[in-house]
Design a protein around this ligand. Sequence first.
Ligand code: SAH
Length: 351
Amino acid sequence: MNLSSPLFTLKGKSIKELEDFFDSLGEPRYRGMQAFRRINKHLARSLDEFTEFSLVLRRKLQELSVFPSIQISHLSEEEGDYGKTKKALFSLPSNRAGERQVEAVWIPSHRRRTVCISSQAGCSLNCLFCATGTLPFRGGLQIWEIVDQAYEMTRSFGENFSNIVFMGMGEPFHNYENVIRAAHILHHPEGLNIGARHITISTAGVIPAMESFIKSKQPFELAVSLNHTDTEKRSEIMDVNRKNSLERLLKMSRKFTKELGRKITFEYVMIPEVNIGQENVKKLIQIAHSIPCRVNLIPLNTNLRGWSRPSPETVYDFQTQLLDAGVTVFNRGSPGLRIGGACGMLALQKG
Ligand code: SAH
C-alpha cells in the first residue's frame, strides 16, 4: 500500500470495498465480509472486537486504516407514553469548515422505536420555520458518520431500533450519494437488516435528486416536506421552492408513485395564518386525490418569526376535514418537544 495515501476508513464501506481493501493487503477477500459484519451487525466500537482476526492482522489494520467512532457528548431525555424520547448530541471530527456537531433523536412509540438521524452539519436551505437553518452550515456527513449515529444510540441505550428516518439536521438530498449508501448499509442483511419500508428519507423537494432516486429504483420510503399548497407562498417560507417549484415537485412525486408503485408521504408543517386556511385544505385534498399518498401533519414546533403552534383543536379540525375527504392523514405530534428534539427544533441547544 502506498504510505503517502490517506489511511483507509473501515467504517461506512460496502462489502465490496472492504473485500478489495483486504485483497490489497494480501489478505483473503472473505475478511471483507467479516469486517462488514463486525462493524454493521455487531456494532463494534474498536478493532479489539474483531476476535476472528489474529492479533497480527489487527495490528496491521491499526497501522493501515482508521476505525473512527462518534460519541454522545450530551443526552436529553423526556418521559413519554411508550418510554423515553432521547436526544443525543454528537461531536464529529472537525473538517475544513470547522467544528461539527449534529443531533439525533430516539423516539419510542406504540409499536416502533424510531431513530431520527442527521445527514448534514447544519443545513444550507433556509426554511423560515426550521431552527437548523439558523446554524452555520458545515457540509454533508460522511457515510460512517450517518450510520454511526444510529449505531451509537443502539449501543448506548442497549436496545435495537425498528425504524429510521432521515429527518434530523440537513437536507438528505443535498448529500445524496452518502445518504443512499448509508441507507443501503442499514438495510443490508449482513448488517442491521432494517426493512427498506422502515427507512424513510425526507426531502424539502430537491427535484433532480428525487429523479435519481426514482431512476435507480431505490427501495426506501420517500417523504416530501410539502408545507404549502401555493407555489409563490411556498417560496416565501422555503427557498428551495424557487428552483424546485411546487408544480414540478408534485409532478415528480406522482412519477415516484407511478414508477415505484408505492405511496409517497407528504409532510405538512402546520403554521397558523400561513398555511392552514380553507384554501389550503381544499388544495391539499386535491393533491391527495391525485397522487397516492399519506399526509403527515406536524404542528409547528418552533416560535421563530413570531409564529406560534396551532392549538390541538385546530390540528384536529384540519385533520378531520382531510379524513372526511378520504385522505390518509396522521397527526405526527411532537415527541421530544420539551427537550428540543421535535421536528425542526434541532439546533444544538441543550434541553
Ligand atoms: N430537510 C429535510 C429533512 C429535515 S426536516 C426536509 O425538509 O424534509 C424534517 C421535517 O421537519 C420536515 O418535514 C420539515 O418540514 C419539518 N420541520 C421543520 N421545521 C419544523 C418546525 N419548526 N416544526 C415542525 N416541523 C418542522
